[in-house]
Ligand binder design. Structure first.
Ligand code: HEC
Ligand code: HEC
Length: 326
């Protein structure tokens, strides 16, 4: 009897040890992150200096992925070393600090929530598809081959960043904060004044940005014009652009230290998105009309509001009419 109890006890100990062993191995490239399981904590990604280039067999690939996100133009831009398939912007121009900054379009919830169904394409999207969405829209370029070293590297980096986030969980601070809607429409004329006062010195009189001395990459990326994101990109919805600006611009601020009011953020977003930029075929987007976001500026719609109101607001009447029709 005693022997049996001892045996069971030993087996339990072995199982626990094995579990802990594998659990620790999985997290062996440990780094300082906030406790993502805490509800109110805001996720911040690990620094690229913590990429385990020596201990993890994927280390070099992850490091290359980081490079591609931070300095995309050097590899894929008009003067890139791998191919010339983007507008010259870097992923990091929008996914700030290489996708680690709270409310700076970070990648904290990507590995945990993809593949997922997305209304824009009406299909289940993998991380590869989502990366290529940004290639074709935000970078106004061509999709990467899924089997290419570049795509594998970007994937490895995004997985490494989000590997500690429990599957299915969306961490606080990932993506963009959507600001409260204004009661009136956003005003591009006012937005122009905000732009001249707060943005023009970096992004330029014509929104064209400033290239660095090598002319391969931007010091200040374009916000409109032919080298900017196209009209099928996420930032072409003013709610996303306004939320991004409020928490991140002028460059250097963060969500604890915003300098623009909500009103000014909406107005400057309205101004920027009323300026010329490349267009893309959008006829296959949002196959279910009622799933179009309220600030998606291209009809047809499942309601009777105009494209102008869908672009600039006011959005409250659209929301209440949708609620009534549900
Ligand atoms: C012009 C700005 C911009 C650039 C440049 C850009 N993106 Fe994005 N990206 C966005 C926006 C906006 C979203 C949508 C965020 C949302 O809907 O909340 C997004 C979403 C994503 C997502 C999904 C995020 C999530 O949490 O669901 C991934 C992955 C992504 N981008 C990868 C990339 C990669 C890789 C590059 C460079 C090849 C890139 N993006 C370049 C603006 C940009
Ligand atoms: C001090 C210079 C500076 C100022 C002022 C500034 N920005 Fe930026 N902005 C940047 C830089 C640099 C980036 C890219 C960040 C990176 O790559 O890390 C950026 C990125 C952006 C982006 C995303 C990338 C793109 O080009 O589409 C938008 C949109 C943007 N800024 C809008 C604004 C707005 C609106 C203002 C004024 C409220 C503003 N910025 C003020 C330097 C500035």
């Amino acid at each position: 009897m005693f022997k049996k109890v001892l045996l069971v006890f030993l087996i339990v100990i072995v199982i626990i040890s094995l579990y802990r062993f594998f659990f620790n191995v999985k997290n062996s490239d440990h780094r300082i992150t906030v406790n993502v399981s805490e509800k109110l904590t805001t996720w911040v990604g690990p620094s690229h200096f913590q990429i385990p280039t020596y201990t993890n067999k994927n280390g070099e690939l992850i490091q290359y992925g980081y490079e591609l996100i931070a300095h995309t133009a050097l590899y894929l831009g008009p003067k890139g070393t791998v191919q010339h398939t983007t507008n010259g912007m870097n992923c990091q121009n929008c996914h700030l600090e290489a996708g680690t900054k709270p409310w700076g379009l970070n990648y904290g919830s990507v590995f945990s929530t993809y593949p997922k169904f997305r209304d824009r394409s009406g299909s289940i999207e993998t991380i590869y598809k989502r990366v290529n969405d940004c290639m074709e829209r935000s970078l106004n370029g061509n999709a990467l081959d899924t089997g290419s070293k570049e795509m594998k590297a970007i994937y490895a980096y995004i997985v490494w960043l989000g590997s500690e986030v429990p599957k299915g969980k969306k961490v606080n601070g990932s993506g963009i904060e959507i600001l409260p809607y204004l009661s009136s429409s956003a005003n591009p004329k006012q937005g122009k004044i905000v732009y001249i006062q707060n943005c023009q010195k970096c992004h330029g009189v014509n929104g064209e940005g400033v290239l660095d001395s090598t002319e391969k990459m931007y010091t200040y990326p374009p916000v409109w014009g032919k080298h900017s994101y196209n009209d099928a990109a996420g930032l072409f919805q003013i709610s996303k652009l306004a939320g991004f600006i409020k928490n991140n611009m002028p460059n250097g601020i963060n969500y604890h230290t915003p300098t623009l009011t909500n009103q000014a953020s909406w107005d400057v977003a309205a101004f920027i998105n009323s300026q010329p930029r490349p267009t893309k075929d959008k006829s296959k987007d949002w196959p279910v009309l009622s799933s179009k976001p309220i600030d998606y500026p291209f009809g047809p719609y499942s309601d009777s509001f105009s494209e102008i109101q869908h672009k600039y607001g006011p959005f409250e009447p659209i929301i209440s009419s949708r609620k009534k029709n549900q």
